[in-house]
Write a protein that binds this ligand. Structure first.
Ligand SMILES: C[S@@+](CC[C@H](N)C(=O)[O-])C[C@H]1O[C@@H](n2cnc3c(N)ncnc32)[C@H](O)[C@@H]1O
Length: 396
């Protein structure tokens, strides 16, 4: 059943036939999934682990329906069925992907119509499914690059209250490395900051929020993270135009930023900026409109963390990221690059853990961030961090 150009790998609780990976390996030893006839990226396992966990926490032992709309080898949909107990549709437009999806369903003995295979253009499928009357509890969107081409369709087949999981690998425009592309694709004017990876996550949520709101749907982040080359966000969706409006007034606003002192904060409207002045005496730069509410739901992330502790097949990376997110999810200020701040202040770098302890000892919540090893999240304004750094003898 497995031919010489294929191999079987294990991921989570499933076995997968995939194209023999050594044939698609770069000279530096890294696998290049884009060269494979069917896309399988072992390093995206964290994104799939998270998908399985999110659905386990949401649905426990109750059944639910799902669509894996851009499935590749079918790994994600098959894991959802085996590890989270979902029933649904696994779809890919490429017939070579469908060959692997069917093979992998057999390999994992997924009978009784638990998983149906489709080979349609994803927008066509998602729009057509709207008319079947079957409400789907979860839709997954895992595209090459940006999710923009699929976003309007993704909301169509959802139940009144549901969840979507969306990946984005176009990190360059999201993190403002391509100012023009960011403007064209995401209608967002970039500003250089020291927290561009967090900008990327907030911008992705903003964009999904606006496309959903246009279709009378509200979205709210449950889990948001960046890993290697991609962002992954899980959003609760409700068919509720009033809630979309309410959230737009509460959660779309501006980050204000002082480039010379790295101070930052949030305001809801531009006129609120009249009251803000940087320590340098300059006026801050507004960044937005952008999502200014939390990057995830604290209770939900705690439950994911606990669930991860109760199963033994997740990767170390998944557990590590969840542990970090558990701390940082409750701190909403954009992270500060401590190395940049020290350089501005003419100070040496302190030890991060000691700095966090000092901040906590004076009542300021602080945490490292998974976005950047040089970043620190604090629940206070940057002035407090500057004071602590200046009074720390080890930074002289
Ligand atoms: C990044 S891969 C998916 C990887 C997979 N979800 C995983 O976790 O390994 C994107 C897949 O989308 C498929 N695809 C691209 N455009 C599509 C479209 N418009 N409709 C349906 N499938 C599409 C490609 O054939 C490819 O297999």
């Amino acid at each position: 059943m497995i031919n010489p150009r294929e191999e079987v790998v294990t991921e989570g609780l499933v076995k997968l036939a995939v194209p023999r990976m050594e044939e698609y390996t770069r000279p530096d030893g890294r696998i290049e999934p884009a060269w494979m006839p069917v896309f399988y990226n072992p390093s995206a396992v964290v994104s799939r682990d998270a998908t399985v966990l999110v659905l386990r926490v949401l649905h426990g032992s109750h059944g639910f329906t799902f669509i894996d709309s851009l499935a590749g080898t079918g790994v994600r949909g098959i894991r959802i069925a085996v590890e989270s107990g979902g029933e649904g549709i696994v779809n890919d437009v490429d017939p070579r992907a469908v060959y692997y999806i069917r093979k992998n369903i057999q390999l994992n003995k997924l009978g009784n119509g638990k998983v149906e295979v489709y080979s349609q253009e994803a927008n066509v499928l998602l729009n057509n499914l709207t008319f079947t009357g079957i409400p789907f509890d979860y839709v997954d969107l895992d595209p090459y690059g940006s999710p923009a081409p699929f976003l309007d369709s993704v909301f169509k087949p959802l139940a009144k209250k549901a969840v979507i999981g969306v990946s984005a690998t176009d990190t360059a425009p999201l993190t403002c490395s391509h100012f023009r592309k960011t403007l064209r694709r995401y209608w967002f004017t970039c500003v250089d900051t020291d927290f561009e990876k967090e900008i990327g996550a907030r911008l992705l949520i903003t964009y999904i929020f606006k496309r959903a709101a246009a279709l009378d749907t509200s979205v709210k982040p449950l889990l948001v993270f960046m890993h290697r080359h991609y962002y992954r966000v899980f959003l609760e969706t409700r068919r509720n135009a009033g809630e979309a409006y309410r959230l737009s007034t509460e959660c779309l606003g501006y980050i204000w930023y002082c480039p010379s002192t790295l101070e930052r904060g949030y305001v809801k409207t531009l006129s609120d900026l009249n009251d803000v002045t940087c320590m340098s005496g300059e006026k801050p730069v507004p960044i937005g409109k952008i999502w200014i509410c939390g990057l995830g739901d604290k209770d939900f992330v705690n439950r994911l963390h606990d669930e991860a502790g109760s199963v033994n097949w997740l990767t170390k990376d998944t557990r590590r990221i969840l542990s970090m997110l558990k701390n940082e999810v409750e701190l909403n200020n954009p992270y500060v690059r401590v190395d940049k701040l020290c350089s501005i202040l003419g100070r040496n770098m302190p030890k991060y853990e000691e700095l966090i302890d000092t901040l906590r000892s004076i009542g300021i919540k602080a945490s490292r961030t998974h976005f950047d090893p040089r970043g620190l999240k604090i629940e206070a304004d940057t002035r407090a961090l500057i004071e602590v750094l200046k009074s720390d003898p080890t930074t002289r």
